[in-house]
Design a protein. Structure first.
Length: 245
């Protein structure tokens, strides 16, 4: 897709992010911290409240393509599919197909939250990880399998067992910090904290200082990778080594 230049907002890059309809975290945070000259545009996919594999798959099948098509009309420089769980419950092949489909149909570089996390881990030299999430045990177990299948060694983890998609945004920074500390195994060389509707970015610096290891979150990694795909490599301070590097 040919880039159409605009003066003012978005003159350096326009980033499109697709999020589940219950997400209240990713869009306002990304808009707040995006570098000057970069605009963030979001499209929503309706999802029922329950955080089950079935609801994530239903959302993808019924809403995903329409949301991506909406974003394509602003001629974005990158599109990020912002739902970690939809990739992890459907597997690596599904994730690769989704990214290829976006790039083929809309001629736009693309990433997903799960792929952004893997790309971030490679960039930071992280291969053995602990994984924590706000998800149910069922989705959390699928997540561990996904990242193991992708080549990471998973040691340790913890989850909050939240069953309502809107409520994924409720845990406080202190709760998320405690979750990270509880789930981290000293053998790991990095911590992954998933879900784009969880305020994980609020505790990245705090956890990195305490653990002495990189912390990768769905929110931080998705924004980082989308910016890099759009050719933006500005440092963003306050959200860990990945964005500050």
């Amino acid at each position: 897709m040919a880039r159409r230049h605009l003066e003012g907002d978005g003159q350096r890059a326009r980033i499109g992010i697709v999020v589940p309809s219950v997400n209240t975290v990713m869009e306002p945070w990304a808009q707040k911290v995006a570098p000057d000259g970069v605009s963030i545009f979001a499209a929503r996919m309706f999802i029922p409240p329950a955080t089950t594999p079935e609801t994530f798959i239903e959302m993808d099948r019924n809403e995903g393509k329409a949301a991506i098509r909406q974003l394509s009309s602003v001629f974005p420089d990158a599109i990020a599919y912002g739902c970690t769980a939809s990739s992890i419950v459907q597997g690596l092949a599904y994730d690769a197909h989704l990214r290829a489909e976006i790039e083929h149909e809309h001629r736009t570089p693309s990433t997903t939250a799960a792929h952004a996390i893997l790309t971030a881990a490679k960039a930071l030299g992280v291969s053995t990880v602990s994984i924590v999430s706000p998800y149910t045990k069922e989705v959390d177990d699928a997540e561990h399998r996904y990242f193991s299948d992708a080549g990471l060694t998973v040691v340790g983890g913890a989850c909050l067992g939240i069953t309502d998609g809107f409520a994924l945004a409720e845990p406080s920074p202190d709760t998320l910090f405690d979750l990270g500390m509880r789930g981290f195994d000293p053998r790991a060389d990095g911590l992954i904290m998933t879900c784009l509707n969880t305020r994980s970015h609020t505790v990245i610096d705090r956890l990195e200082q305490k653990l002495g290891k990189p912390v990768i979150t769905s929110t931080q990694a998705t924004l980082w990778h989308a910016l890099r795909l759009a050719g933006i490599d500005d440092r963003i301070e306050g959200y860990g080594r990945l964005l500050d590097g």
